[in-house]
Design a protein around this ligand. Structure first.
Ligand code: BQF
Length: 292
């Protein structure tokens, strides 16, 4: 193993400690940060993500509300639930666990959440704010990656970052966040001709493909930083990333594991965003003299 391991688990632990302290201070001031998580249907992976979000909320002293709805709920009923939470003063963050069933329009759901409570950072208002470099809720996974690099002391300015993957949730915003930090950004995707020749130029390579072991050592420049955003199950049913870790670790300068890499940071940034939302509410209450 020549690469240094970037432990998302450890960085997440440090960040969660900082968040827990701020949550306590906020509670003293009269505002308990609250997150509502809506789970529609019974997808086992979704259920496990939702459970870990709830558990983390509680660990950090936040209020958490889990709303479980049957697969058969109509889009309108879900929209009504969201609107109720939009107007609930105890709730500072709302998220609908994705994917939603096919008969529900994902875009309509995302757009129904008030941007000020959109702690996933998926609402077009937050996407636009991020793109123009304004204050916004940043999507948790790409944001988590940026914090991991910062905490590890890896420079971004002027570096060539190659993002493999272009989903709205990870790939696209990931490239934008790197651009905001003055990196040179290249996107690769399923239609890219000769992916390897491009990924080999990366100082920082982000894999967000959704294919187990897609990134092998021949995709990687010696000494590169390799960030694995993939969460897959391999043929043995074990959790694995998009990177062939065992081989790539011999060539990379830094590498993130799966599990214990980006995943724990995703959850942590969700807590950070919920805290941030609650802090804004406190500021507003203070500036309008409703609380001192
Ligand atoms: C780890 C997610 C695909 C689709 C929807 C820790 C998580 C995962 C892995 C986790 C994910 C992936 C989440 C580890 C939340 C990340 O130790 O490696 C935590 O809970 N995630 C989600 O909510 O929705 C998804 C991936």
């Amino acid at each position: 193993m020549s690469a240094k391991l970037i432990s998302g688990k450890e960085i997440a632990l440090k960040k969660k400690n900082e968040i827990a302290k701020e949550v306590e201070a906020l509670k003293q001031a009269g505002v308990t940060p609250g997150l509502a998580v809506i789970l529609v249907g019974n997808n086992p992976a979704s259920r496990s993500y939702v459970t870990s979000k709830e558990k983390t909320c509680k660990e950090l002293g936040m209020h958490s509300l889990l709303i479980e709805l049957p697969e058969t709920i109509t889009e309108q009923e879900l929209l009504n639930k969201i609107d109720e939470l939009n107007h609930d003063d105890k709730i500072h963050g709302i998220l609908v666990q994705l994917p939603v069933p096919d008969h529900i329009n994902e875009t309509s759901i995302i757009e129904a959440i008030y941007p000020d409570k959109d702690v996933d950072g998926f609402h077009p208002i937050n996407v636009g704010r991020m793109m123009t470099g304004q204050d916004a809720f940043l999507p948790c996974t790409p944001y988590g990656v940026m914090i991991m690099l910062k905490e590890t002391g890896i420079e971004i300015e002027g570096k060539h970052v190659v993002v493999v993957g272009r989903s709205n949730i990870v790939g696209k915003p990931q490239g934008q966040l790197f651009l905001n930090e003055n990196a040179t950004v290249t996107y690769c995707h399923s239609r890219t001709v000769d992916i390897k020749s491009i990924t080999k130029q990366a100082d920082i390579l982000v894999a967000a493909v959704g294919k187990p072991y897609f990134i092998t050592e021949d995709f990687v420049k010696p000494g590169a930083v390799v960030i694995d955003v993939g969460i897959n199950r391999n043929s043995e049913g074990k959790l694995c990333g998009d990177v062939d870790f065992e081989n790539v670790k011999e060539k990379a300068g830094y590498i993130t594991p799966v599990p214990g890499g980006v995943g724990p940071m995703t959850i942590t940034m969700l807590m950070f965003n919920t805290l941030k939302s609650a802090k804004k509410v406190l500021q507003k209450l203070q500036s309008t003299g409703q609380i001192r």
